[in-house]
Design a protein around this ligand. Structure first.
Ligand code: GLN
Length: 280
């Protein structure tokens, strides 16, 4: 019988690049079958049982239909932590790790109050809670299913986050004040949708991704307005952004009176994040 590594390679060679196959092999064997990476490299693991081979066959079948490996395995890593994911939440992206890193680097004060709007899997909120143990973290999402996943992720990573099911497009008043408001809102335009890959389009929640072409900044506008009333003086706003929209979002924030507006590129060189400060 073939070993699992060769089996995966043969099955997937017409569907993925060799690099992608290597990382898929590692993820499947490590996460699904608990085989340590060193053993995978050394071909040291024993052959899989019949039941395990059947499971592997199912996984391969789903991959061939473009289902993302993170949904197949039900979890993914983000900032060194593990998060449950299903199709009700976006798969956490490396760009978002960079946004979290920027916040952690920027914030010097310990006991602050942070709000994450559109938390999805909770990856931003839970990671911030882990990195800033004295901060009080709140996180909202319009989706009840997303909030359930995010809650499980807070438990899994042993942190406290105050979750609330809330639609920011409806929310206009709240008495609560925050020192930081962060959001990775939907920002892919309907036009850009046509260029997206099947694994995203057919599986990830469209509600978390897409905005109308003629109102692409709808979430930035709403969240900036909310931040004007609900950030403490000197409080900061952090956004993940569509790389094509940096200039427009800077204009929007300037017009609303935010100061010290900074844009930041991600590791791929795309403008991906914005930070702004509330002036008064
Ligand atoms: N970066 C994600 C993607 O391109 C989009 C995230 C979002 O819309 N907030 O798939």
């Amino acid at each position: 019988m073939q070993d699992a590594k060769t089996f995966i390679k043969n099955e997937l060679k017409d569907y993925f690049s060799p690099d992608e196959i290597s990382s898929l092999t590692r993820l499947i064997l490590e996460k699904e079958f608990a085989i340590p990476f060193a053993d995978i490299l050394a071909y040291k693991f024993n052959h899989l049982s019949d039941a395990e081979m059947q499971k592997l066959g199912e996984i391969i079948g789903k991959l061939k239909k473009s289902e993302p490996i993170q949904y197949i395995l039900g979890e993914t890593d983000f900032f060194g932590l593990t998060f449950f994911v299903d199709t009700s939440v976006l798969i956490p992206r490396p760009e978002t790790e960079e946004l979290v890193q920027w916040i952690v680097e920027t914030v010097k004060k310990e006991s602050i109050k942070i709000l994450d709007i559109g938390t999805g899997s909770g990856c931003i909120a839970v990671t911030l809670a882990k990195k800033m143990p004295s901060a009080e973290i709140h996180a909202w999402d319009i989706s009840k299913d997303a909030i359930e996943i995010a809650q499980k992720n807070a438990q899994k990573n042993d942190v406290e986050v105050f979750f609330l099911e809330k639609d920011i497009l409806q929310e206009s008043v709240s008495d609560e004040k925050f020192d930081i408001i962060v959001s990775n809102p939907p920002y892919v335009t309907e036009f850009e949708k046509t260029k997206m890959q099947e694994n995203v389009l057919n599986f990830e929640p469209h509600m978390a991704l897409f905005v109308p072409d003629n109102n692409a900044l709808i979430f930035y506008e709403k969240i900036a307005n909310f931040a004007l009333t609900n950030l403490n003086r000197g409080g900061k706003l952090f956004f993940e952004i569509n790389r094509e929209k940096g200039k427009d979002i800077v204009c929007l924030l300037k017009a609303k009176g935010f100061k010290n507006i900074e844009r930041k590129r991600d590791i791929s060189g795309n403008e991906r994040m914005i930070k702004a400060e509330k002036a008064h």
